[in-house]
Write a protein that binds this ligand. Structure first.
Ligand code: ATP
Length: 459
C-alpha cells in the first residue's frame, strides 16, 4: 500500500487533500493522471452498462434532494455506525472494527461484529477490556449518523436542513416514474447513475478505499416480481463479473463473492453478496450486489403518497416492481485497478503499471530520439499531432530514452513511439511495448491501424 500511495503521489494520480493547510482526513484530490484514470473507468462503465444494453438507461440526479427522501429510505434513522471515542486522544473509531481486530489479534478468530447490537458491542468491549489502537480506554459505543447535513437558505433561523446524498440510488428511485413515463422502456429494465456520494466516515487511513466524498456507479434493475428473480439476478451478476475481469482486467485470483448471512442482510433483502477484492490490506468489499425486493419504491410510495406502481399493459395487473442493485465505488475500483496493475520488474529495474489499454491515462508516448536534432523533432511533432486526433498521447523530449521509457512504464502507457535516424530514411518508427519491452518497426502511416488491430475488440 505504501508503494502504491507513493507512486500515486509521485506521478500525479492522487494527492492528500488540502495538504498546504495540513490535510483533511479521509479526503483526496486526483491529479492529472488520476483524473484520466477515473474518467476512463467512468466512460467504460457507462459504455458497457448503458450504451451496450438496450434495457438500461442513465440518469444524473441531484446531490441535494428533499430531506424526506432520506427519511423514506431509512437513512435518517438507520444509516448509522457504532462509534467509540478514545478517552485520552478523543479520536473516534468504529466499535465493530475495534472488536473484530481484538478477536483476530487475541483469539485468532475472524468475527463479524457488524451484526451485533450496540448493547452487545458495549458488553464485549467491557468484558474484554478492549482499548483504542493507542491503548487507551474508550467510551461506550454510540450511534453516529453517516449523513452529512447542510442547509438551504441565507437567513439564520430560516434555514432548511438538507442532507448531502449518502448514495446515488435514491435519486434513481424517486425518478423511476419519470423515466418510465418519458421514455419507451418496459420491464425488465435498469436505470444507471454515476455520481458523488458523501458519508461522514469515522475510520481513517485507508487511502481512497474509504473517503468522506466518493463516487458511486449504481444500477437499479426493475422487474415484475411474478417472474423468477433469479434469472435477472444471475444474468446481471455474470455480466458484471465479465466487466470486472475481462474489461477492467482484475485478476480472478484476487476476487471472491461473499454471500451475506441472514443476520447481516437488511431485513428487506432476499439475497446480498459482496464481490470482494484482495487489497493489500486484505479481502474487502468492492461491489455490493443485492436483491432489494420492492423496499425502496414502496417506502417512497408510503412517504410521498405518490403511486409508483405500474400496470401491466396486457394483464392489467397492478404491482410495485422489484429491484436488483449492483453498487460499486468508483474510487475503490480505481484503487483495486492500481493495486492489480502494479508490478515490480526487478530484472529490468523498473516499476510497471500494467493497465489495460482502455484504462491507461496516456495510450501512446511519442519521442524524438534526440531533442537537439530539428529533423527528428519536427518529424516526431508531426507524428504526435496525427495521433492526438485519436489518442491521448504524451510528448517527451527530455533526458535519455531509457529514462523516458521508465517514466512511461510507471504511469502505464502501453506503447512508446520513437522517431530515430532510420525514420528520416524510410518513414518507419520504433514502437516499444510496455509489458514485454519488445520493439517493432512500423511505417508512420500504419501506426493508427497497428494500435487499432492490437486493441480492437474490448466487448
Ligand atoms: P463498507 O462496508 O465498506 O463501508 P458499505 O457496505 O457501506 O461499504 P454500500 O453502502 O454497499 O457500502 O455502498 C456501495 C459501494 O460504494 C461499496 O461497495 C463501495 O465500493 C462504495 N463505498 C461505500 N462507502 C464508501 C466510502 N466511504 N468511500 C469509498 N467508497 C465507498
Amino acid at each position: 500500500m505504501e508503494k502504491i500511495i507513493a507512486l500515486a503521489k509521485r506521478r500525479g494520480f492522487v494527492y492528500p487533500s488540502s495538504l498546504i493547510y495540513g490535510g483533511l482526513a479521509n479526503s483526496y484530490d486526483y491529479g492529472p493522471l488520476g483524473a484520466e484514470l477515473l474518467k476512463n473507468l467512468r466512460d467504460i462503465w457507462w459504455k458497457y452498462f448503458v450504451h451496450k444494453r438496450e434495457d438500461i438507461v442513465g440518469v444524473d440526479t441531484q446531490i441535494l434532494q428533499r430531506p424526506e427522501v432520506w427519511v423514506a429510505s431509512g437513512h435518517v434513522s438507520a444509516f448509522v455506525d457504532p462509534v467509540v471515542e478514545d478517552k485520552v486522544t478523543h479520536k473516534r473509531y468504529r466499535a465493530d472494527h475495534l472488536i473484530e481486530d481484538w478477536f483476530e489479534k487475541n483469539q485468532g478468530k475472524k468475527i463479524n461484529a457488524g451484526i451485533l447490537s450496540i448493547e452487545e458491542m458495549a458488553e464485549l468491549i467491557r468484558k474484554h477490556n478492549i482499548k483504542s489502537p493507542d491503548n487507551n480506554d474508550v467510551t461506550e459505543p454510540r450511534k453516529f449518523n453517516l449523513l452529512f447535513e447542510t442547509s438551504i437558505g441565507v437567513v439564520e433561523g430560516d434555514k432548511n436542513l438538507v442532507y448531502l446524498r449518502g448514495e446515488t440510488a435514491q435519486g434513481i428511485f424517486i425518478n423511476f416514474k419519470n423515466v418510465l413515463d418519458s421514455t419507451r422502456v418496459r420491464l425488465p429494465f435498469g436505470i444507471a447513475q454515476i455520481g458523488k456520494a458523501f458519508r461522514n466516515e469515522v475510520t481513517t487511513g485507508q487511502f481512497v478505499f474509504r473517503t468522506l466524498e466518493f463516487e458511486q456507479m449504481e444500477i437499479e434493475y426493475f422487474f415484475d416480481p411474478a417472474n423468477n428473480w433469479r434469472q435477472y439476478y444471475d444474468e446481471l451478476k455474470n455480466y458484471y463479473y465479465n466487466f470486472i475481469t475481462n474489461i477492467i482486467g482484475l485478476s480472478e485470483e484476487k476476487l471472491r463473492w461473499r454471500q451475506h448471512s441472514a443476520e447481516e442482510r437488511s431485513h428487506y433483502s432476499k439475497m446480498t453478496e459482496d464481490l470482494e477484492f484482495k487489497f493489500s490490506f486484505g479481502f474487502k468489499e468492492l461491489l455490493g450486489y443485492a436483491y432489494r425486493t420492492d423496499y425502496d419504491l414502496s417506502a417512497h410510495i408510503k412517504h410521498s403518497g405518490v403511486d409508483l406502481s405500474i400496470i401491466d399493459p396486457e394483464t392489467k395487473k397492478k404491482f410495485v416492481p422489484h429491484v436488483i442493485e449492483p453498487s460499486i465505488g468508483l474510487n475503490r475500483l480505481f484503487l483495486a485497478v492500481l493495486e492489480n496493475s502494479y508490478f515490480e520488474d526487478d530484472q529490468n529495474e523498473r516499476v510497471v503499471l500494467q493497465l489495460p489499454f482502455v484504462l491507461a491515462p496516456y495510450k501512446l508516448a511519442v519521442f524524438p530520439l534526440l531533442a537537439n536534432k530539428p529533423d527528428l523533432v519536427n518529424t516526431a511533432k508531426k507524428v504526435y499531432h496525427q495521433l492526438t486526433d485519436e489518442y491521448y498521447c504524451y510528448w517527451d523530449d527530455r533526458g535519455n530514452i531509457g529514462k523516458r521509457y521508465r517514466y512511461q512504464d510507471e504511469i502505464g502507457t502501453p506503447y512508446c513511439i520513437t522517431i530515430d535516424f532510420q525514420t528520416l530514411k524510410d518513414s518507419t518508427v520504433t514502437i516499444r511495448y510496455r509489458d514485454s519491452m519488445k520493439q517493432v518497426r512500423v511505417a508512420i502511416d500504419k501506426i493508427k491501424s497497428f494500435i487499432k488491430t492490437e486493441n480492437e475488440k474490448i466487448f
